[in-house]
Design a protein. Structure first.
Length: 85
């Protein structure tokens, strides 16, 4: 399964707003995607609530995984952005 590890770019981490944006993109992609902190259990990135349970803060390393590389790249790009701006 393709994966990519990126750094959380949102200034206050993956809280409600960034989580909602990311989960909406996952649902629209139509492919299951997981997010995981280094050494942590992966969560369903199609759920904003599950993303928030990661507790990923600004600068945290998060691994994005999915069956399609293009989807991994697209979601990883969102995780890297400051979605609070």
């Amino acid at each position: 399964m393709p994966s990519k590890t990126v750094i959380v770019g949102s200034s206050v981490g993956l809280h409600a707003r960034p989580a909602a944006i990311i989960s909406e993109a996952v649902v629209n992609a139509g492919v299951p995607v997981t997010l995981a902190l280094d050494g942590g259990e992966p969560v369903d990135a199609g759920s904003a609530l599950m993303i928030m349970t990661l507790g990923a803060t600004n600068g945290a390393s998060v691994t994005v995984a999915a069956d399609e590389q293009a989807v991994v790249d697209a979601i990883a790009e969102l995780v890297e952005q400051d979605l609070d701006a």
